[in-house]
Design a protein around this ligand. Structure first.
Ligand code: HEC
Ligand code: HEC
Ligand code: HEC
Ligand code: HEC
Ligand code: HEC
Length: 288
């Protein structure tokens, strides 16, 4: 070959190989970026809704709870969008002439529901349900962000498979007491702000009977949970068959103190019976 190609073409060939390699890598990176870009994931976009409904005003301003409008979120796969009736509860009296609310009045008068544009929309081949997440200690804000600070709703997370898996591989870092699900500002325990938890049922606790508090229970506050001792009988009373169901004795439950999310996460993972990362990231969990 040396007769046909001189030494310089050797260098040229090497150079073009390197160049091709670089172009391929650059294209790959660009496609990957595009795949994750908000343009594809719809992150951060605020669609033009028929009514410019503000979560900031209604949640932060008026102090309405999420369940007031999204009534099914703890019980069903879908959180649901409230019917016009929910708005009319207040807007029959408040802002009754505002042009902004014309579509609400129209909908109420005609019975045709308001055509909200969906902000979050997973592909149909993905199985997702709210109830299990909410009932196992994942707060709204962990997935939807600070909704209470959103004048107009937008999608904060990518909702891509990688995002779901990130949590499913290590749910502990996102688990919180179920009593804090709707707390938009929950930041987890720290040494300044510890959390105390106890299980109010002996053995086989579920999320519902784990009781957590942010005020020190050993100081004897009103939030102290009582543990029902099954089968125990009050001192001095003889237990006979005619006593009916065993009278449980109530004793103060013993609390564990947590000052880091890591420790709380481990405790709740066990108490809530969270499946293993392997089970939670197997394909059938989300693709059925
Ligand atoms: C006064 C009623 C009301 C309250 C209270 C309320 N919402 Fe909403 N929510 C709506 C309405 C109406 C929509 C549909 C319009 C929109 O997307 O802004 C909506 C939409 C949403 C969506 C997006 C739905 C979609 O299309 O993907 C999320 C997420 C959401 N709400 C979460 C929350 C959370 C979290 C809270 C509590 C912090 C909350 N909402 C409190 C009425 C309410
Ligand atoms: C608990 C009572 C209550 C409910 C329920 C309620 N609103 Fe309101 N809404 C208000 C009040 C009060 C204001 C005035 C807020 C202000 O000026 O700060 C308001 C203001 C508004 C405004 C004017 C813009 C803004 O956010 O200030 C719109 C639009 C609106 N509401 C839409 C809705 C829709 C749509 C629903 C039903 C999903 C709804 N509201 C449910 C009490 C309510
Ligand atoms: C584990 C993450 C996660 C948590 C926690 C979560 N959501 Fe969602 N939410 C989603 C996803 C994903 C969708 C889109 C579902 C779809 O497209 O089928 C969604 C959709 C919604 C919608 C639109 C209507 C619907 O059901 O599709 C509302 C409203 C909503 N969420 C409210 C809430 C509220 C209120 C809470 C807290 C009580 C909450 N979400 C907690 C992930 C979450
Ligand atoms: C912030 C953490 C978190 C995120 C994000 C999250 N999940 Fe989960 N998911 C959980 C936890 C915790 C459980 C409960 C596990 C258990 O009980 O073993 C769960 C359970 C599930 C289950 C099992 C339901 C059942 O009934 O068996 C499905 C399906 C699921 N998630 C789908 C999704 C999908 C799809 C996404 C993304 C769109 C997602 N999850 C995002 C934490 C999360
Ligand atoms: C925790 C839930 C979850 C698990 C577990 C999961 N997926 Fe997905 N998967 C999703 C979601 C959500 C999407 C939609 C992503 C989007 O819309 O960008 C998706 C999309 C896909 C797609 C469509 C192509 C794409 O990337 O958009 C394929 C193929 C896929 N998943 C295969 C798998 C396989 C194979 C497994 C098992 C190794 C698996 N998934 C496990 C949630 C999950």
């Amino acid at each position: 070959m040396a007769q046909v190609f001189d030494r310089s073409s050797n260098a040229l060939a090497r150079f073009s190989l390197v160049l091709t390699g670089l172009i391929v890598i650059a294209l790959g990176v660009a496609l990957d970026q595009l795949q994750r870009s908000p343009w594809v994931t719809r992150q951060g976009q605020r669609p033009d809704q028929p009514v410019p409904f503000s979560h900031k005003h209604h949640v932060e301003g008026l102090g309405l709870q999420c369940q007031y409008c999204h009534v099914q979120v703890e019980k069903a796969a879908y959180a649901g969008i409230p019917p016009t009736k929910t708005c009319i509860n207040c807007h029959a009296q408040i802002w009754t002439n505002a042009a902004l609310l014309e579509p609400v009045r129209q909908s109420w008068a005609t019975g045709a529901s308001i055509q909200w544009i969906r902000v979050h929309d997973l592909p149909d081949y993905v199985y997702f349900n709210h109830d299990i997440h909410v009932n196992k200690g994942i707060g709204c804000a962990s997935c939807h962000g600070r909704v209470d600070e959103m004048p107009l709703m937008y999608q904060q997370s990518t909702l891509q498979m990688e995002w779901c898996l990130n949590c499913h591989r290590n749910p502990g870092k996102n688990l919180r007491p179920v009593s804090e699900i709707y707390n938009m500002a929950w930041a987890g325990p720290s040494s300044d702000k510890p959390v105390w938890c106890t299980s109010t049922v002996k053995g086989g606790a579920t999320a519902q009977n784990v009781n957590c508090t942010t005020t020190n229970p050993t100081a004897g506050g009103p939030e102290v949970a009582m543990l029902q001792m099954e089968g125990a009988t009050p001192a001095g009373t003889a237990k006979t068959a005619s006593d009916g169901p065993a009278m449980g004795v109530m004793v103060p439950a013993s609390y564990e103190k947590f000052s880091s999310q890591e420790d709380l996460g481990k405790y709740l993972t066990a108490q809530y019976h969270i499946r293993t990362p392997n089970e939670l990231s197997s394909c059938e969990t989300c693709h059925r």
